[in-house]
Design a protein around this ligand. Structure first.
Ligand code: NAD
Ligand code: ZN
Length: 675
């Protein structure tokens, strides 16, 4: 590995650490993350002079957030555990320990996949609950901890001081119930129980913690009277006798028993109501642990065995064919778990479907009814098939005719995609309308795919036409209020009025959203923003020529051609005129030019909550500031949104002030003092 690749690896790991520990999110699976860490450690073992104090191999967890509660310094550091990935490493470690201490025994425990919390008890009373943070400073989450039923306020002891450490987690049932509620409310879903548990413990309102439901397993005594500082197994027994929920554990006297216990815990994995990500092996005799240090980041006398990623074998029951928004055929496999007969349980969720992509994939993977396939979750989020283990009698063949409108399908040249090109195919109409009304475009609350489907299928009372045949019809729905209510298509009177009001409200959305909603190929929100920075009025954009469009920064030849092609149609021009006549905002609001940011150089990074990056850049330039692409000593501010990666790290290391969207606005309005 070169020094450059090493540094890139550090950036990559830091990016995932920040997501995981600070934002309670993940983009890659733990397995993939662990492999990056292994690469890093191997490189550092080979080149010890490369290691910087801020390398991920030296850092514990994340940083503390002020929003999640005041910072507290830990009495005993909350460390990580050194990972091992094969049995031989476990055996070697156990033998090394018993060579020095022949009477050493071990506690083999479930490694619960949640987040660590320390509880301080004084005279048996709960005094403080804290998260791990960076291992030395964490967040005070006492109020939220009290909302966890298994955290006792009072213990049946009078010891002057007892400090416990445990894992806060969410059961799979609670997690699924949460996601079902989110789905119903059309809100974002949580990726896995760990992320949701972490987000829940670290937010401010204990009412939310109580409602979502967290649980706890205690796994260590961190500090206390001498009788608590001798044996791990005794401690767990004693805590259990006090009514505390202690983590599942087994005593093991030698390497063979340690491996047997790890295997036993591994077999329990699917049946548990919660996720585990490994087994922890600890020396039982606490006094011996200091003889087996593992570096500043890791607990002495502990190792963690990581199980290989979860995988199930499923049998294909059905292949569902659907037509997407652009007419593209999509294939979804529906299956059951060969072992249990029900949905496959993977990483804490039930899975019975996975996308089959396209014909090429189906052919390569030998997909067909009755075939058996390995299933895993990529990034613990998206279910994916991973190889055929028993071939079906026949590989699935895509239909020749559109399953919705019956027209002959076309094979798209140069790709494996099949499309329905019938412009009036009902499947495409209802999907394009739902996309237009959806969150990333006009954002009309309550008007989801199901209602749009209904409105596309039902004819207006006393008429020959449907409620919805195009985007424009959305804004004419209010003319049919009475017939909608009497037929209950949008619900009763109250809900109908609510949706009609949301439709009216959407008329004042920024025109970039309207443009992105039209479904012009390659024109999403950020392209729309780039276009409207030059053509602030949609009616002008509609008449722009190919040459003009191609001259706009970020607009390629293909996109320019698609735009011209789209607006060349007479019916598209009529639609735009209708939008204007119905009162939709077609012109970008005037933003005054100022000199508020004159002389300042600002770098924009990450995903901003309220605007596209290109809009932020335009705003900065409009106010006399300068935007550059990379952080350096000349940068005055970093405007950072969500998932800001290496630029944020760099700004922090150079001491450059970091602001958010609000900060930028304050700066423009002169409310923010310049440094
Ligand atoms: N997917 C990602 O992007 C990503 C990013 C960062 C970290 N991670 C994952 O996080 C983990 C590493 O981070 P870490 O340092 O937080 O954990 P770790 O693997 O070092 O393990 C230590 C933690 O295990 C927990 N634990 C659960 N049961 C325990 C028991 N019985 N005894 C002792 N401890 C127990 C404790 O909270 C403790 O903090 C890895 O699993 C890694 O894959 C994933
Ligand atoms: Zn069709």
């Amino acid at each position: 590995m070169t020094f450059e690749t090493y540094q890139e690896l550090i950036d990559q790991i830091n990016y995932h650490m920040d997501l995981y520990y600070n934002q309670d999110k993940t983009e890659i699976s733990d397995y993939e993350y662990d492999q990056l860490m292994q690469q890093l450690k191997a490189a550092e073992a080979e080149h010890p002079d490369w290691v910087r104090p801020d390398s991920p191999s030296q850092k514990i967890g994340g940083t503390t957030k002020r929003e999640a509660g005041v910072k507290v310094e830990h009495n005993v550091p909350m460390l990580s555990i050194e990972d091992v990935f094969d049995f031989q490493s476990v055996i070697d470690w156990v033998k090394k320990v018993q060579e020095m201490h022949p009477d050493a025994i071990f506690s083999v425990e479930q490694k619960i996949d949640g987040l660590s919390m320390t509880l301080r008890y004084r005279k048996g009373r709960l005094e403080l609950a804290e998260t791990r943070g960076d291992g030395h400073i964490g967040e005070d989450v006492t109020q939220n901890a009290r909302a966890i039923p298994q955290v006792p306020d009072k213990l049946p002891i009078t010891d002057p001081y007892l400090e416990l450490r445990g894992e806060v987690y969410m059961t799979r049932d609670r997690f699924e119930a949460y996601n079902a509620r989110q789905e119903k409310d059309e809100k974002p879903l949580a990726a896995n129980p760990r992320n949701l548990a972490a987000g829940t413990l670290r937010q401010l309102d204990p009412g939310i913690t109580a409602k979502r439901g967290l649980a706890l397993f205690i796994f260590n005594v961190q500090d206390g009277e001498p009788h608590f500082m001798r044996s791990q197994l005794d401690n767990l027994d004693r805590l259990s006798a006090m009514g505390l929920p202690v983590t599942y554990h087994k005593r093991a006297d030698n390497a063979k028993e340690v491996i047997a216990a790890i295997e036993e815990i591994g077999k329990m994995r699917d049946q548990l109501g919660y996720d585990i990500d490994g087994a922890v092996v600890k020396i039982d005799q606490i006094a011996y642990r200091k003889d087996f240090p593992a570096g500043a980041k890791y607990s002495a006398g502990h190792i963690a065995y990581k199980y290989p990623p979860e995988e199930r074998v499923v049998e294909m029951d059905q292949i569902l064919v659907d037509v997407g928004r652009t007419g593209k055929l999509t294939f979804t496999g529906q299956f059951h778990d060969v072992k249990t007969g029900g949905p496959a349980r993977l990483c804490g969720t039930s899975v019975s479907r996975a996308t089959l992509h396209n014909q090429d994939y189906i052919r390569q993977m030998k997909i067909g009814i009755g075939g058996h396939y390995k299933l895993f979750k990529s990034g613990e989020i998206i279910p994916k098939l991973n190889g055929c283990v028993k071939e079906p009698k026949a590989v699935f063949k895509a239909p020749q005719f559109c399953p919705v409108c019956g027209e002959e399908l076309e094979q798209e040249e140069g790709t494996a995609d099949i499309r329905c090109v019938n412009p009036s195919c009902p499947a495409q109409i209802s999907r394009t309308i739902a996309y237009f009304a959806g969150r990333s475009c006009m954002d009309i609350a309550g008007l989801g795919q199901t209602l749009v489907d209904a409105l596309c299928q039902e004819k207006i009372t006393g008429s020959e036409t449907f409620y919805l045949t195009s985007y424009v019809d959305i804004y004419r729905l209010r003319e049919h209020r009475d017939s909608l209510i009497s037929r209950g298509i949008l619900g009763k009177e109250k809900n109908t009025d609510k949706i009609l009001a949301a439709i009216e409200d959407s008329k004042s959305q920024r025109p970039t959203r309207l443009l992105a909603g039209l479904g012009i190929r390659n024109v999403g929100l950020s392209t729309a923003a780039a276009l409207m920075a030059v053509y602030p009025d949609l009616m002008d954009l509609m008449h722009a020529g190919f040459e003009d469009l191609q001259g706009i920064p970020d607009i390629g030849e293909k996109t320019a051609a698609d735009i011209v092609h789209f607006f060349a149609h007479e019916d598209k021009r009529r639609m735009m005129a209708d939008f204007r006549a119905l009162g939709l905002t077609m012109r970008m609001p005037e933003e005054e030019k100022t000199e508020a940011l004159a002389g300042l150089t600002i770098v924009v990074t990450g995903k901003l909550p309220g605007m596209e990056r290109s809009e932020a850049k335009a705003l900065i330039e409009k106010n006399g500031g300068k935007c550059t692409g990379s952080v350096s000593g000349k940068t005055d501010y970093l405007l950072a949104g969500e998932a800001a990666g290496s630029k944020l790290d760099k700004a922090k290391s150079l001491g450059i002030p970091v602001i958010d969207e609000e900060g930028l606005k304050a700066l423009i309005e002169g409310k923010f003092k310049r440094e």
